[in-house]
Design a protein around this ligand. Sequence first.
Ligand code: URA
Ligand code: URA
Length: 248
Amino acid sequence: MTFETYDSSMDVLTPLLKGYLDALHFLEQVGIETLPIRKEPFMTKQPRSISPEPMKKRENAARSLNELEERLKNCSRCKLAKGRTHLVFGEGNPQAELMFVGEGPGRDEDLQGRPFVGRAGQLLTRIISAMNRKRSDVYIANIVKCRPPNNRNPEPDEVKACMPFLLKQIEIVRPKVICALGGVAFQNLMETKAPISKLRGNLYPWREGIYLIPTFHPAFLLRNPAKKREVWEDVQKIMAFLKGEKQS
Ligand code: URA
Ligand code: URA
């Protein structure tokens, strides 16, 4: 702004508002029509950082996850139930700072009852190692807990039936970052129809201080190995974010 164009009505708030509107405009352009931040708060507990008894909390979290899994064991809330060998609840550190969410169990996962153990899962395990972490450091779950026939995408009624359980898992684990693997995971968590290719590369504030970052699904990477570079960029963003959180 030059002296000539200075307008006294342009106070300090104007550039801030403009930046905010630009950001909203960008989100609108890429297809985000609603901002889910704090739309339906689900946390009732205090933030983890002020918990006086971390060990006890860890046991509580593990117990709560076990109880939730127990409650889900004989689930028949949607039509995927009748085709399953095993329900795939999820697994990992009950207090993980990083959580991965996939789409739904595939054949290997259905047979073993564990998430991401097939070929795509092995690639996910390598991605986690590249982040200097073990699978047991993170928490891994899916949008739907039972295998869709022929690995088709989960249908809206199936997602609707299963989502409360994923949200409960997130509430218990309370990660700092959720990495959504692929479009189905991201679109359902973020409630958007925007393609993942447009949205990856950023961390989005999700709910209650938890950030969400989309990246390509490892099964997609098996078919498109050139995209691994972009996933590596996303992974570095996650690591930098978690490191920054520790320092602050
Ligand atoms: N693909 C997924 O989305 N989830 C799994 O658990 C395995 C493969
Ligand atoms: N589209 C998706 O839905 N997922 C991917 O991982 C890549 C493209």
